[in-house]
Design a binder for this molecule. Structure first.
Ligand code: NAD
Ligand code: MG
Ligand code: MG
Ligand code: MG
Ligand code: MG
Ligand code: MG
Length: 331
């Protein structure tokens, strides 16, 4: 098993007396900023003027500056902006303030690995990537626990980059749960693969196809929704709690037999070949190029796909049914 590092392996003193700037105050940003502050670190937040998040950050007792000012003041700069805006903000507001000895950090390797951000050689470049959404990073910290994280060093100018990254991971609560060392390449490629093939792309395609098949065959959309979407959570919760075995233990034998005999016909050799193709597109930078160009051209395809997906019948059925659930909950 890969080596995990815990609280005792990381030294928070390496960040004592340093100013840490959290750039962006969204899902990850608010969690990192508040956890570091509660860990006794000197935290400031960098946001664009007029950002709605600024009010929230100030209400939580944080000092907010324009991104440029925060980057100037900080010794450690964590970039928690949406991946597609990082390059522009970096170029105009962060890079001019990257003087020798500073640390530039990310929570996902995309912009460094695909060279959208090319930092100067006299600074440290690291990654601390919690393996969970920001609200969980915050909530677990408040409960005295943490979300496991990956960490990596891209560039070590100070000789302390790795220790500094581990210290940061400790400050956000990551070492309470355990942190695992990776590289920018491994994190970037596996993160993209996971979200495209399994978690987001694969799962939504599976749900929609199952729903469409039942509705086309004349079954009621509401029933199809329950069977193909709603129950996903019940199954996934069991898998996360105790692996595939726990889930299979708690479903009926009929369901379990159907799982073994029919599942491999849905994800078959052809599907696996497509998975390898998608991985290859990630590894060669083809996906990154497509995403970067899509954003540069004003997201025409992205916007059209968002609209089209929002109009899928499963969304209308879901909206009605979920309203019913919340009525049931209130009663
Ligand atoms: P987010 O969209 O939730 O938040 C982004 C923040 O940046 C917001 O506060 C927004 O107001 C601000 N912002 C947007 N444009 C800006 C601009 N031009 N100038 C200044 N501020 C701007 O983003 P997120 O989901 O927290 O993602 C941040 C990073 O963390 C990404 O690299 C992402 O890949 C990574 N990450 C996210 C998760 C997750 O679960 N959300 C998990 C691990 C890693
Ligand atoms: Mg989104
Ligand atoms: Mg991910
Ligand atoms: Mg991702
Ligand atoms: Mg059922
Ligand atoms: Mg069983």
């Amino acid at each position: 098993m890969a080596r995990m590092y815990y609280d005792a392996d990381a030294n928070l003193d390496l960040l004592a007396g340093k100013t840490i700037a959290i750039i962006g105050y969204g899902s990850q940003g608010h969690a990192h900023a508040l956890n570091l502050k509660d860990s006794g670190m000197n935290v400031i937040v960098g946001l664009y003027p007029g950002s709605k998040s600024a009010i929230k950050a100030k209400e939580s007792g944080l000092t907010v500056y324009a991104v440029e000012e925060a980057a100037k003041r900080a010794d450690f700069i964590m970039v928690l902006l949406p991946d597609e805006v990082q390059k522009t903000v970096y170029k105009s507001e962060i890079e001019p303030h990257l003087t020798e000895g500073k640390v530039l950090a990310f929570a996902h390797g995309f912009n460094i690995h695909f060279a959208q951000v090319v930092p100067p050689s006299n600074i440290d470049v690291v990654m601390i990537a919690p393996k969970g959404p920001g609200h969980l990073v915050r909530r677990t910290y408040e409960q005295g626990e943490g979300v496991p994280a990956l960490f990596a060093v891209f560039q070590d100018a100070s000789g302390q980059a790795r220790d500094r990254a581990m210290a940061y991971a400790k400050g956000i609560g990551g070492t309470r749960a355990g942190i695992l060392e990776t590289t920018f390449r491994e994190e970037t490629e596996t993160d993209l693969f996971g979200e495209q093939v399994v978690l987001c792309g694969g799962l939504t395609a599976l749900i929609k196809s199952g729903f469409e098949t039942l509705v086309e065959a004349g079954y009621q959309p509401e029933v199809a929704y329950f069977e193909c979407l709603h129950e996903v959570k019940l199954i996934v919760d069991l898998i996360v709690e105790g692996g595939l075995a726990k889930m299979r233990d708690s479903i009926s034998n009929t369901a379990e037999y159907g799982d073994f005999t029919r599942g491999p016909r849905i994800v078959n050799d052809q599907t696996r070949a497509e998975m390898r193709k998608i991985l290859y597109e990630i590894q060669t930078g083809q996906f990154a190029r497509e995403f970067v160009l899509e954003n540069q051209s004003g997201k025409p395809g992205f916007t059209a796909m968002r609209r089209r997906e929002a109009e899928h019948p499963i969304e209308a059925v879901g909206k009605d049914l979920r309203a019913m659930f919340s009525w049931l909950k209130k009663a």
